[in-house]
Design a protein around this ligand. Structure first.
Ligand code: ZN
Length: 312
C-alpha cells in the first residue's frame, strides 16, 4: 500500500477565524467531530491568540476541553508567543503550530516583530512545550509572495529553514504557507524540492489559499515534490483577517476528489466529506467556495444529491 498523504483540517481555525458569523463552542466541537468522522486525523482546532485580535478564537480552552480524545487523532493549537504556548500546554493540545513570516514588512505588520525576533520567540516557545511532549510545526507564512514586498526569494526560505533546524529544539515539521494565494505549481515544486533536498528526513507540510484559483494545482504539485501533509478546510472557507483580499483555503472535499482520482491515498471518505461541507454551509448561512458539494462526485454518485442541491 502506498503511503497516505495526511490531510490537516484547518476549518476550525484558519477557516473560522475570518468569519464574521461567530460560531458557538458547541458548533466548533461539532465541526471538529465531523472532520474526525470523515477520516481526518490531524485538526488545527484552535488558536491561542488574544481574543481582542481574533474574537472567533476566544473560547479555545473550552473547545479543547470538549473534544473527544481518540487514539491517533491529533489536535493542533496555533501559538504565536510564550503565553500562547503556555495556554496550548495547559489545554493539552497534541501539537502546536508556530508562525514565522518570510517577509520583513509582513512580519512587522502582522506579528509586530521582525523575522529575527519571531525566530527568537520560537526558541522560547519550543522550550516551553518541550517537557510536555507536544509535537511542533513551524509554518513559514507568505513563503510564495508578500502583499507588501512582492516576490520572496527561495534563499530567504532556505535561510529561515536553516536557522530553525540549527537551533537546540528544531521543529518536527515545517510548513510553507501561501498566505495570500499567489503561488503557481512551478514555484511550489521548486521551493519544496529545494527544502526537501536541504532536509530529506524532515516532514514537510503545505498550506494553500485559492485566492487566484491555483490552490489545487499547487497542492498536487506539492504532493509530488515530497510534502507529507496538506492543509485544507471543508467548504473552502477561510481567509486571513490580516492579509489583503485573501480568500478561502482549498476545500477539503475538492482536494480529496483531486487526490483520489490521481491515485494518491488520504484515508478520507469523499462522500462524507461532501456531507460535512454541506452541513458547514448551512451552519454559516453561506455559499462556500468549494465546488464539489454542488457538482457531486464522479464517476460513482457516492452521495445522493439532496434537495438542497436541487434548489441551487
Ligand atoms: Zn491560511
Amino acid at each position: 500500500m502506498s503511503k497516505i498523504l495526511e490531510i490537516i483540517e484547518v476549518s476550525p481555525r484558519d477557516g473560522l477565524q475570518s468569519e464574521e458569523n461567530i460560531f458557538s463552542t458547541e458548533q466548533k466541537v461539532a465541526l471538529i467531530n465531523r472532520a474526525i468522522g470523515i477520516g481526518i486525523r490531524r485538526i488545527e482546532a484552535v488558536s491561542f491568540v488574544h481574543p481582542k485580535r481574533v474574537p472567533q478564537m476566544a473560547d479555545a480552552e473550552q473547545v479543547m476541553a470538549l473534544l473527544p480524545r481518540i487514539d491517533g487523532v491529533s489536535y493542533i493549537g496555533l501559538a504565536l508567543n510564550a503565553l500562547g504556548a503556555e495556554r496550548a500546554v495547559a489545554a493539552e493540545c497534541d501539537e502546536i503550530n508556530y508562525v514565522v513570516l518570510a517577509s520583513e514588512t509582513f512580519s512587522q505588520n502582522n506579528q509586530g516583530a521582525s523575522i529575527a525576533q519571531t525566530l527568537e520567540t520560537w526558541d522560547l516557545v519550543a522550550r516551553i512545550v518541550a517537557a510536555s511532549g507536544i509535537k511542533t510545526t513551524v509554518t513559514i507564512g507568505a513563503s510564495f509572495g508578500c502583499p507588501f514586498e512582492g516576490e520572496i526569494k527561495p534563499s530567504t526560505i532556505e535561510s529561515i529553514v536553516s536557522r530553525l533546524m540549527s537551533g537546540s529544539r528544531p521543529p518536527q515539521e515545517i510548513s510553507l504557507a501561501d498566505t495570500i494565494g499567489v503561488a503557481v505549481p512551478d514555484n511550489v515544486e521548486s521551493i519544496f524540492s529545494a527544502v526537501h533536498e536541504q532536509l530529506p528526513n524532515l516532514p514537510l507540510r503545505a498550506h494553500f489559499h485559492n485566492t487566484r484559483n491555483t490552490g489545487y494545482a499547487n497542492a498536487l504539485a506539492a504532493s509530488r515534490a515530497g510534502v507529507s501533509a496538506l492543509d485544507s478546510s471543508l467548504g473552502g472557507i477561510g481567509g486571513c483577517p490580516f492579509a489583503p483580499a485573501a480568500t478561502g483555503n482549498i476545500a477539503t472535499e475538492d482536494l480529496i476528489y483531486l487526490l483520489d482520482r490521481s491515485n494518491i491515498p488520504t484515508g478520507i471518505k469523499l462522500g462524507e466529506a461532501i456531507e460535512a461541507s454541506r452541513w458547514l454551509n448551512e451552519q454559516l448561512h453561506n455559499d462556500n467556495p468549494g465546488l464539489l458539494a454542488r457538482a457531486g462526485p464522479f464517476p460513482s454518485l457516492q452521495v445522493e444529491l439532496g434537495e438542497q442541491h436541487e434548489r441551487r
